[in-house]
Design a protein around this ligand. Structure first.
Ligand SMILES: [Zn+2]
Length: 100
């Protein structure tokens, strides 16, 4: 989103009136994008918090499913992960099968 657009949205949110129905629709769709973004961020923060907790109790870097150590290169890319690469791949296959 451009800075100008962002500013317009912020300004238009001030009084809550939308004389143009198109403006209103645009504002609502932007809001839902923003909500989805916030939801994703919140989930990521939860994962990171969990990861920090795991470093404290010593279970960080251990796969939740099989108990094997997660490779360092994987942790570098996805520090919040709780699954080793093979368990993650298995999970993804299952998710795809069930259309999750
Ligand atoms: Zn595993």
């Amino acid at each position: 989103m451009g800075i100008a657009e962002d500013t317009v949205i912020r300004m238009s949110e001030g009084d809550g009136t939308f004389p143009d129905p198109l403006d209103r629709a645009l504002s609502e769709s932007n809001r839902s994008i923003e909500l989805r973004k916030r939801d994703r961020e919140r989930k990521l923060i939860q994962k990171i918090r969990k990861a920090i907790q795991r470093t404290e109790d010593g279970s960080y870097g251990i796969c939740e499913v099989c108990g094997e150590e997660i490779t360092e290169s994987r942790l570098e890319v996805r520090p919040e992960t709780t699954l080793c690469i093979s368990c993650k791949e298995e999970q993804e296959v299952v998710e795809k099968q069930f259309g999750l």
